[in-house]
Design a protein around this ligand. Structure first.
Ligand SMILES: Cc1cc2nc3c(=O)[nH]c(=O)nc-3n(C[C@H](O)[C@H](O)[C@H](O)COP(=O)(O)OP(=O)(O)OC[C@H]3O[C@@H](n4cnc5c(N)ncnc54)[C@H](O)[C@@H]3O)c2cc1C
Length: 473
């Protein structure tokens, strides 16, 4: 049982025990406690490990920062010679900003972020608002953290700078070709070998480490049969057109949904560029894709949609097409002294905007679990607990993302009408208890954005300890 007590709670009051059942009834006291104690400090590990981290993507950098803050020594091995992020915008949802702030990222992110006020779901045909989530001030009030959008390159450079400032060692042009989970070793393409107390692989969707973990097997991907175009439009061009300038008046996410397709849009670069992700059905082999045709194909996919949207799509000058894949649920993320995290462990459809957010949570959860060790002999236990807690969370997020791929893509008909009717109260500002918009649905919201990785890890350690004690007698 976890008791809720802290600087904001008067000492005379008996501590409130957090219920073991799903409930938000103590949210008021939790917020009081968090406000009073500002940002909780990371737990320092009594055992200092020498950690080898593979991959300097968003997940690898966040994990490195969490691990070094917990007192470990961290060296990252990254295959590319020049660091960067491909693509344009990315959403940083509240569950992720809360964790990033705790890692000290707030001043690093501040110059680059845009804080959208709301998310509007729009009908494909005419742009009519059919669903609406208020982000400001609701998400800060309810989840104690803002919801941001940002250019990927800015997010990445903020994490990179913070990692450097904290003393993370980063080796570029260092491609890992093999792992030794028993010794905690890696072999680089140049033949050199390196070892540590722990190897953490954040090496992305095509992970080499995952194959080692699965004893040479490749994880079967669930193929949702979607691909996405990613594109950016110059906001100055849009501002000069009265038909579309209204979209830029307030920072917001707008998502047009229709039969098998959707278009997610928001402004990035602290309000400089209009970012678009255009999802559509595609079963073809990416090896056959012709980049020269991408722009033309993208425009054809959305013919007949809302004239305002198609006008914006018409302004796109360059686009890239991405395959969208969802990993299958793995039953382990660790073997010996090797652990995987981020897309390597749980690639997902971007339909909850949570892939990188899960990677950030993974890194924090791993650091927290290692901080519970009293000696290096407990490394296996710490990894087991990390794996158990995170497989459940990321697996559920994969599921929620796949579900959005169905909920958003109904063809016009009875299901679409019932879905739109169920979202009507949130558009009209009438109280509601459930919604097919997973940003708004109260139960999904609390699970998704209210998640606390530290708390989950602490509870799992407590449970493991209780289980051990009771199993002795
Ligand atoms: C269209 C789209 C939109 C998305 N939108 C969002 C969103 O709004 N919000 C969100 O949270 N997520 C979003 N995501 C998901 C997010 O982009 C990913 O989940 C996230 O970037 C994964 O980070 P990662 O560090 O695990 O992997 P990666 O970013 O793939 O990084 C892996 C790193 O490892 C390196 N590496 C790989 N192999 C080796 C090797 N053998 N040796 C050394 N280094 C190696 C790579 O070079 C790379 O730097 C979106 C994804 C897509 C496709």
């Amino acid at each position: 049982m976890v008791s809720l007590e802290g600087p904001g709670v008067p000492p005379s009051e008996k501590p409130l025990a957090v219920p073991s059942y799903p409930s938000n009834c103590l949210q008021f006291a939790k917020l009081l406690k968090e406000t009073a104690s500002h940002v909780a400090q990371p737990k320092i590990s009594p055992v200092n490990l020498n950690v080898i981290l593979v991959g300097a993507g968003l997940g690898g950098l966040a994990a490195a920062i969490a691990l070094i803050q917990a007192g470990h020594t961290v060296t990252i091995y990254e295959q590319t010679a020049v660091l960067g992020e491909v693509g344009a915008g990315i959403q940083i949802p509240s569950n992720s900003t809360r964790v990033l702030f705790k890692l000290g990222l707030q001043p690093y992110l501040k110059p680059y972020i845009t804080e959208p006020e709301s998310i509007a779901f729009r009908r494909w045909q005419n742009g009519k608002v059919i669903g609406k989530t208020k982000l400001v001030p609701d998400f800060v009030e309810n989840f104690n953290a803002p919801y941001y959008v940002i250019h990927r390159a800015d997010f990445h450079s903020a994490l990179y700078q913070k990692a450097l400032d904290m003393g993370v060692g980063i080796k570029l042009g260092a491609r890992v070709v093999d792992y030794d989970p028993v010794q905690g070793g890696i072999t680089l393409a140049d033949g050199t070998e390196h070892s540590g107390d722990l190897v953490v692989a954040a090496d992305g969707i095509k992970s080499v480490a995952r194959k080692v973990l699965l004893e040479g097997q490749e994880m079967p991907f669930r193929k949702p049969r979607f691909a996405a175009y990613r594109a950016v439009v110059d906001m100055n061009m849009m501002r000069n057109d009265p038909e579309m300038s209204w979209i830029l008046e307030r920072p917001a996410l707008n998502i047009w949904i229709g039969d098998s397709r959707h278009v997610m849009t928001y402004t990035i670069g602290a309000g400089q560029a209009f970012n678009m992700v255009l999802s559509h059905p595609d079963t073809s082999d990416p090896a056959t894709w012709n980049p020269q045709r991408a722009l033309e194909d993208m425009k054809a996919q959305f013919q007949g949609w809302d004239p305002v949207l198609t006008k914006i799509i018409g302004m796109v000058e360059k686009t890239d097409k991405w395959p969208l894949l969802s990993g299958s649920l793995l039953n382990r993320w660790t073997v010996g002294k090797l652990a995987i995290l981020g897309d390597a462990a749980h690639a997902m459809l971007p339909y909850m905007s949570q892939g990188a957010a899960m990677a950030v949570e993974d890194g924090v959860a791993l650091a927290r679990s290692l901080s519970h060790m009293d000696s290096i002999e407990q490394l296996q236990e710490a990894l087991d607990i990390f794996e158990m807690v995170r497989i459940e969370r990321a697996g559920q997020m994969q599921e929620a993302s796949l579900l959005n791929g169905q909920l958003w893509h109904f063809a016009d008909g009875p299901l679409q009408e019932a879905r739109d009717a169920a979202m009507a109260p949130e558009v009209e500002g009438i109280p509601f208890s459930h919604s097919p918009n997973q940003w708004s649905d109260p139960a999904t919201q609390m699970w998704c954005y209210g998640y606390d990785a530290d708390k989950e890890i602490d509870a799992a350690w407590t449970k493991a300890g209780t289980w051990k004690v009771s199993s002795v007698f």
